[in-house]
Design a protein around this ligand. Sequence first.
Ligand SMILES: C[S@@+](CC[C@H](N)C(=O)[O-])C[C@H]1O[C@@H](n2cnc3c(N)ncnc32)[C@H](O)[C@@H]1O
Length: 229
Amino acid sequence: MKNDEHSNSRERDAGFHSSPVVSSQLDVHEALEETVRKHVRTKWQHNVRSETRAAVVPLLQEAQDGGRPLLLDVGCGTGLSSVHLAEHRNMQVLAVDQSAARLNKAPAHDLVRFIRADAADVWCLAAELQFAFEHVFLLYPNPWPKPGHLKRRWHGHPALPLLLQCAPATTLRTNWEVYAREWHRALELCDRDPELREIHPKTPFLTRFEEKYARSGHTLFEVVSDSSS
Ligand SMILES: C[S@@+](CC[C@H](N)C(=O)[O-])C[C@H]1O[C@@H](n2cnc3c(N)ncnc32)[C@H](O)[C@@H]1O
């Protein structure tokens, strides 16, 4: 076996190999614009879980009162990005994921607070407190590739206006170009000025999924928007 074949099969064995996103949807969803505009017009009626409120409100209030910047890592998975962002920027990070199994694998870190929650609950609470994160990272969200799944993607979710209310600056990364283009368009519809580009990350990768996708040869995309300056 040649060396590269050997390392490819090793990566597959280690769970690194991943197929690109397959979807019958090849372009920006035709209902995207109408969906985003409707969510911007209407206030989302939603009850935040009490345990999330109890965990998140004191944290946001503490950062607010102390005037300390806080980063938000949405769908942080096993927390590689949360730790990297905290150390790289020397800032506190609120790292949120709904999966206990993934959070159980996250490392303890002084600057990172891992919380199991629905990210939309956290955006609701931040909007309620008029709290703004320094930067919100949405790294490799689940693509929900079926056309009928538009409302499960972050830009099709009714909580999008609340997210943008607490996030003057955002970074989204994905291995599905359609997702990146939809997110870009949704931000434009919300009066942001986002930039979409192809990225070629190398080791050390920012997240576990980034590593898996990059090593599997996928094209990766990043959309950055910063309305804070
Ligand atoms: C594809 S994984 C990416 C994980 C990590 N960001 C990475 O790149 O390695 C998507 C993550 O989003 C989490 N997630 C999905 N929906 C969520 C929600 N509504 N609230 C919080 N986390 C969510 C999943 O549990 C999963 O860990």
